[in-house]
Design a protein around this ligand. Structure first.
Ligand SMILES: *[C@@H]1O[C@H](CO)[C@@H](O)[C@H](O)[C@H]1NC(C)=O
Ligand SMILES: *[C@@H]1O[C@H](CO)[C@@H](O)[C@H](O)[C@H]1NC(C)=O
Length: 410
């Protein structure tokens, strides 16, 4: 027991606090805390090094005191009380299903005045909202890619609001038209994603901004980690979300003087919208096979294209159906006195961003490839090539043998 001296215990306390601080930051999963996390980890290493010098107890006690000061200084204070929901009007796009429908219901329950846009006013989602929500909720038919429908929604919203401003816009509507290698994604898929996720959201945001500025309100946008990180097979969707992220981040600066707060929510994979609609993806797949040039199908192979589709479907079917973390985050972004610029909603997203931001490219790349797409097949041409190489070497061996035999014959 002689080994367990006072300095050892003090050292252990300091280390525990640093490791605890780091763990707390990891568990909180906020990107904004990632630099603090790095500082914590750095300090941990520093303390560990200092220990090697076997510092005297007095010095270590000073260090412990200092640590306590830093710890209490960086600790977040008691959660400030949220703003009241009552009397606040919120406009949400894409409420036919998924996050939009769930958010519309929750916000209505909380007392917000909800303007929920749907693609189909007679659809299942719209009818459910009508049935379950209070008369405060207004349903609007809007395809966000149709500027005249967006304009009409503005007029309808103004008619209800009168002279009041709009507290918040929740940009939720979005699509993922296709899933597959970029070379196999049709131009129409790239344009389709851009049209909804980028241009649609852009037009809605610009249209409602005067009302949002008037209320010194908020813009909350549901984006995707695929807009920041190169997920395999999501080039079309990811590129449109990347454009959206940059637009929203720019708005964040520009609207600060107006008092409009801008937040982006980055959710984990959830079962929403078309993602678990088997028939929809089969239809998309058939269309894709028909639209691709025979040369491309030949190079990649139909079995390869089929495998991609099946991987995506199994991925989608395993996604979490409980969207509560995302809805909680939307509420937080709406009512927190100090909304964050970026929110990570759902398990693992914070960790994913941490790896992407602070680990070497090779590691984050490996993480994306191994975790997201576990392809077994290579494109057909590449398989043929390695088979061809094999044949060639066998053939060469045979040739060599023949030559040898010929030589023997001579
Ligand atoms: C929305 O898009 C349409 C068509 O491009 C355009 O005429 C309209 O001005 C846009 N709205 C805003 C507010 O910019
Ligand atoms: C690929 O899928 C299509 C459509 O689902 C099917 O008709 C075809 O037989 C499949 N091809 C291969 C090689 O598995």
């Amino acid at each position: 027991m002689d080994d367990y001296t006072l300095p050892f215990w003090i050292y252990l306390c300091v280390l525990t606090m640093f490791v605890g601080g780091a763990m707390k930051k990891i568990l909180a999963s906020h990107l904004s805390t990632a630099p603090t996390l790095v500082a914590w980890l750095g300090a941990t290493v520093l303390v560990e090094r200092l220990w090697a010098f076997c510092l005297p107890a007095v010095l270590l006690l000073t260090l412990l005191g200092l640590t306590c000061c830093i710890y209490s200084a960086t600790r977040t204070g008691p959660p400030s009380t949220n703003l009241p929901a009552h009397g606040k009007a919120v406009f949400i796009t894409g409420c036919d299903s998924g996050f939009g429908k769930a958010a519309a219901k929750r916000l209505d329950t909380l007392g917000f005045e909800v303007f929920a846009t749907v693609l189909d006013l007679s659809g299942e989602g719209a009818r459910e909202l009508q049935r379950t929500c209070s008369p405060r909720l207004t349903l609007l038919q809007v395809d966000i890619t149709q500027p005249q429908q967006v304009q009409q929604a503005l007029l309808d919203t103004k008619a209800v609001l009168g002279l009041r401003g709009l507290w918040a816009l929740v940009n939720n509507a979005g699509v993922c038209v296709n899933f597959g290698d970029a070379e196999l994604s049709l131009m129409s898929n790239f344009r389709g994603c851009m049209e909804v996720n980028f241009f649609g959201t852009l037009n809605v945001t610009k249209t409602l901004l005067p009302l949002l500025r008037q209320a010194k309100g908020r813009i909350i946008t549901i984006s995707s980690p695929a807009g920041d990180q190169p997920f395999p097979c999501l080039a079309a969707y990811g590129a449109s979300k990347a454009a959206l992220n940059l637009f929203i981040d720019t708005l964040h600066h520009e609207l600060e003087p107006w008092g409009v707060r801008v937040s982006t929510i980055l959710p984990a994979a959830y079962k929403t919208g078309q993602s678990s609609n088997h028939a929809y993806w089969e239809q998309q797949h058939k269309q894709l096979l028909q639209s691709l040039s025979p040369a491309l199908v030949e190079d990649y192979g139909e079995d390869y294209i089929n495998e991609t589709k099946e991987l995506f479907q199994s991925h989608a079917s395993q996604a979490n159906p409980d969207v509560t973390p995302v809805i909680d985050t939307i509420v937080q972004a709406l009512l927190s006195p100090q909304p964050q610029v970026r929110y990570f909603a759902g398990p693992g997203v914070g960790l994913m961003y941490f790896i992407h931001s602070y680990c070497p490219y090779s590691l984050s790349n490996l993480f994306l490839q191994k975790l997201f797409m576990k392809k077994k097949l290579m494109p057909r041409a590449l398989r043929k090539q390695s088979g061809f190489d094999l044949n060639l070497s066998l053939h060469n061996n045979n040739n060599n043998n023949e030559e040898e035999e010929e030589e023997k014959l001579k």
